[in-house]
Design a binder for this molecule. Structure first.
Ligand code: BEZ
Ligand code: FE
Length: 288
């Protein structure tokens, strides 16, 4: 029998996986065990520190319910979600880049007509977002769907404030017209902190990290025969673009939100001046 020592620990534990019939599970667990052992050898935690770590993980699980996913928040703030995204959504050059889904997407947002306003409560600075959905050859895609959601001007999603905001506030699904064009009205998004009242918030604070995300609007853009993209448009000039708490910013997704003052343009677009406007063409790649 081989004794379990600092030197033999990893090989002894890995040997126990030899009966595992699931090749992928064995591969994943081998890697996790090897890396965990490496961390312990490198850090040499005291038993007290190891118990602290276990208590942190316990609290992370206890914070989760059907409205709050602290594990995803941990994955997001450690850059793991964006790394998985980068690996699984490698896009051809020119296709719109993806970013994190985040925890606030809701299935079944209302189907809205071209030009509709997604702000049910109507608070905030008016905004018009427009653009096109294109295929790889820049061909406009008719009937593509844009599922859109954003936080209100105080930085909260409707699902975070069910007693304050109307249901489905700042959410909607739009379809592109024959020329691939879409347009909707909203209010200018602002930067906001991710939830900080749990273990992830305490960890960020202990690490001297801020919890803010730069102002953005979420999109899932899809069309039959094309790869859907889960992404955001970020407001150019936001002070948190370089330090997004969840590492979601990509340069190609930063868009100027222009302040417009023309009453004539405002009337045409169904808003009142002054208002902001943002334009972006989403480019989808062919489905595999
Ligand atoms: C969001 O943008 O909605 C979000 C993304 C990751 C973590 C928390 C919030
Ligand atoms: Fe968000």
């Amino acid at each position: 029998m081989r004794g379990f020592t600092e030197e033999t620990a990893t090989e002894i534990v890995l040997a126990r996986l030899s009966e595992c019939n699931d090749d992928r599970l064995r591969q994943v667990m081998t890697s996790i065990i090897r890396h965990l052992h490496t961390v312990v050898r490198e850090v040499e935690p005291s038993e007290e520190e190891w118990l602290d770590a276990i208590q942190f993980l316990t609290a992370t699980g206890q914070m989760c319910d059907d409205k709050r996913q602290e594990w995803i928040l941990l994955s997001d703030t450690l850059g793991v979600s964006m790394l998985v995204d980068a690996i699984t959504n490698r896009k051809p050059v020119g296709a719109t880049e993806s970013t994190v889904l985040g925890p606030f997407h809701v299935e079944g947002a209302p189907d809205l007509p071209h030009g509709a306003n997604i702000s049910v409560e109507g608070k905030g600075e008016p905004l018009v977002v427009s653009g096109r959905v294109l295929g790889p050859d820049e061909k406009p895609l008719e009937g593509a769907e844009l599922d859109v959601w954003q936080a209100n001007p105080e930085g909260y999603y409707d699902v975070q404030q069910p007693d304050v905001q109307p249901a489905m506030n700042l959410r909607g699904r739009f379809r592109t017209r024959a020329n691939g064009k879409f347009q909707f009205r909203s209010v200018k998004p602002c930067s906001y902190p991710i939830p900080t009242d749990g273990p992830v918030g305490r960890l960020l604070s202990a690490l001297g990290r801020h919890p803010h995300r730069p102002a953005h609007i979420h999109f899932i853009v899809s069309a039959e025969g094309f790869q859907p993209v889960t992404t955001h448009l970020f407001v150019a000039g936001d002070p948190y673009l370089e330090s997004d708490a969840v590492f979601g910013v990509k340069k190609s997704l930063i868009v100027p939100f222009e302040l417009e003052t023309s009453d004539e343009r405002a009337t045409l677009l169904g808003v009142t001046a002054p208002f902001y406007s943002a334009t972006y063409d989403f480019k989808l790649s062919e489905a595999d």
